[in-house]
Ligand binder design. Structure first.
Ligand SMILES: [Mg+2]
Length: 217
């Protein structure tokens, strides 16, 4: 399915790819909404009706991923709220095995995440994956989210990778499309980014059910 002799750089997404997206989905769809309801004396359904359109309106922008933006906009300490449930951060099945496999290959491995640096820090404190990467890159450092070509141009300038010899794995279809537009040759999605939600396909991309599908025996 993947010819590893054609790959010398691996770019990996974090949430929904290495880590179970159920943490983030629970955090934004339940935990933040109940904290906002409590703080503003609202019912849960009123809080949800107020927040969901706010979330939807900036999806895919850098601010959507920015804890400081949401802390200010909602008047809640979002990083502190995340830290309260940090014990729920978990690897996806076979993610650690895949990272170990990569560490034995002649490839450079980079994390490429839209997560805010404070989110990355909380994840790293609860899922130890730092040692498997040549570097951890957040879109906040580069000034654009992975959805935008600006991110890919800045990433390539920083890492100097060859798109034709690069593998990128991400659970977002829109982001895979952006990577393909930039010229990344080897692309895979994730069938079940959130362990609490059903699997889906990501056509025309192949969604991995398990990383074992691309670990040669
Ligand atoms: Mg993701």
């Amino acid at each position: 399915m993947l010819d590893w002799s054609q790959v010398d750089t691996v770019l990996l997404d974090m949430d929904g790819t290495l880590l179970d997206l159920s943490f983030d989905n629970y955090f934004w769809s339940t935990y933040v909404i109940s904290a906002f309801a409590r703080q503003n004396n609202l019912s849960l359904s009123t809080a949800r009706a107020q927040l969901v359109p706010k979330f939807e309106s900036i999806k895919g922008t850098l601010n959507w991923y920015c804890l400081d933006y949401w802390s200010e906009r909602l008047d809640l300490d979002i990083a502190a709220l995340k830290a309260e449930i940090q014990h729920q951060v978990a690897f996806r099945p076979s993610a650690v095995r895949f990272l170990q496999f990569l560490s034995e290959q002649p490839v450079e491995v980079y994390l490429a995440t839209n997560a805010h640096p404070k989110t990355l820090e909380i994840k790293l404190l609860n899922a130890n994956f730092h040692q498997y990467f040549n570097a951890l890159v957040t879109s906040h450092e580069l000034g654009a989210p992975k959805e935008q070509q600006e991110f890919w141009r800045a990433l390539q300038q920083s890492l100097n990778f060859d798109p034709a010899r690069t593998l990128f794995i991400d659970d977002s279809q829109v982001i895979l499309e952006a990577a393909e537009t930039f010229g990344i040759a080897h692309l895979f999605g994730i069938a079940q980014p959130d362990s609490q939600q059903p699997a889906r396909n990501m056509l025309p991309y192949h969604a991995l059910t398990s990383f074992d599908e691309i670990i040669p025996r």
